[in-house]
Design a protein around this ligand. Structure first.
Ligand code: IPM
Ligand code: MN
Length: 362
């Protein structure tokens, strides 16, 4: 049998990015051996160091090159030495928009009740997935200043929503709700009462929803959704949400699943090169200290494996991560845990090897 070989682009990036990507790659390596696939990694240098040394953010040519990869693994981008948002917009948003990665998929799953700050909630209550629209809304970058720096200054940032953009996100979410792992409930989160432009989400949701009669449709305004996430997280299964609110509510999601140390996401254009990343960002103050929890990067690798079609490897990684947390072998995902970065990975790898040696049952 010919071994399948994947081309993976890696942008380790800034801050703790390189440390957690290094750990994610250890899991990728172990999974490739166990599941029997090959891969080649090409590293892209983009980020603060590269920018400060060369003045280059991310050239168009790199974006074109990335299209030829099976997937992209991103660490984190952002550095206080560089103008606010410059790197994030050029690289994170640059890849999202440049490759039209219109879905930002963010699972929120709790593996042990001690990991959530929510009193009385456990793994059965916290298992949802966010479908964040990823190429529109306030993120399109249309903004401007009038009379900048004066007492009469006017600042604008436009919220842009297109029928196509909304519809493809909503359709993706309905399809996901039908997946055997889900519970066939889809919640639309928006603020269409105050932001009447978001009525487009309400209408598209109804329209597309008619094609999915077996999916239960729910709706919550973003403010109420935040309240419900804390009070009754069990209420959520699949959630579809515009870009800006999706950014915010998924940090809340990360908090209730155990923190930024374990929250991952996929920037996806179905059928095309997609990008996987931990959602925690570069956390510059922890860089190089060996205290960052790499499990979010490990979870990003798991999502990447699933996406490229290595479902068995993805399952192995998911189970190992789940077991390491569910058994309490890893109890603390915070930077103050005292657990060195690579030790987290060691524990997951121990589970991975033990699991793969177990005889198949059933
Ligand atoms: C995220 C990040 C990004 C976003 C930043 C880095 C541009 O916060 O992936 O959630 O706002 O989308
Ligand atoms: Mn964010």
């Amino acid at each position: 049998m010919v071994k399948k070989t994947y081309d993976i682009a890696v942008i380790a990036g800034d801050g703790v990015g390189p440390e957690v990507v290094r750990e994610g790659r250890r899991v990728l390596e172990a999974a490739s051996v166990l599941a029997g696939f090959g891969y080649r990694v090409t590293e892209f240098p983009f980020g603060a160091e590269h920018y400060l040394a060369t003045g280059e953010l991310m050239p168009e040519s790199a974006l074109a090159e990335m299209r030829d990869f099976d997937a992209i693994l991103l660490g984190a981008i952002g550095d206080p030495r560089v103008e606010t948002g410059l790197l994030e917009r050029a690289i994170v948003a640059g890849v999202r928009f440049g490759l039209d990665l219109y879905i930002n998929l963010r699972p929120v799953k709790l593996y042990h009740r001690d990991l959530t700050p929510l009193k009385g909630k456990g793994p059965a209550d916290i298992d949802m997935v966010f479908v964040r629209e990823n190429t529109e809304d306030l993120y399109v970058g249309i903004h401007g200043f009038f009379k900048k720096g004066t007492a009469d200054e006017v600042a604008l940032q436009e919220m842009v929503m297109t029928r196509k953009g909304v519809e493809r996100a909503v359709r993706y979410a309905f399809e996901l709700a039908l997946h055997p792992s889900r519970r066939r409930r889809l919640t639309l989160v928006d603020k269409a009462n105050a932001l009447r432009g978001q009525d487009i989400w309400t209408r598209v949701f109804e329209h597309v929803g008619a094609e999915y009669p077996s999916v239960e449709r729910q709706h919550a305004y973003i403010d109420a959704a935040c309240m419900w996430m804390v009070k009754n997280p069990e209420w959520f299964d699949v959630v579809v949400v515009p870009n800006m609110f999706g950014d915010i509510i998924t940090d809340l999601g990360a908090a209730i699943q155990g923190g930024m140390g374990v929250a991952a996401s996929g920037n996806i254009h179905p059928g095309a090169t997609s990008m996987f990343e931990p959602i925690h960002g570069s956390a510059p103050k922890y860089a190089g200290k060996n205290v960052a929890c790499p499990l979010a990067a490990v979870a990003a690798v798991q999502m990447m494996l699933d996406y490229i079609g290595e479902e068995r490897a993805a399952d192995l990684v998911e189970r190992s991560l789940a077991t390491a947390l569910a058994t309490g072998k890893i109890r603390d995902l915070s930077t103050s845990s005292g657990i060195p970065t690579q030790r987290y990975t060691d524990i997951v790898l121990e589970e991975l090897r033990a699991d793969s040696e177990r005889p198949a049952t059933g």
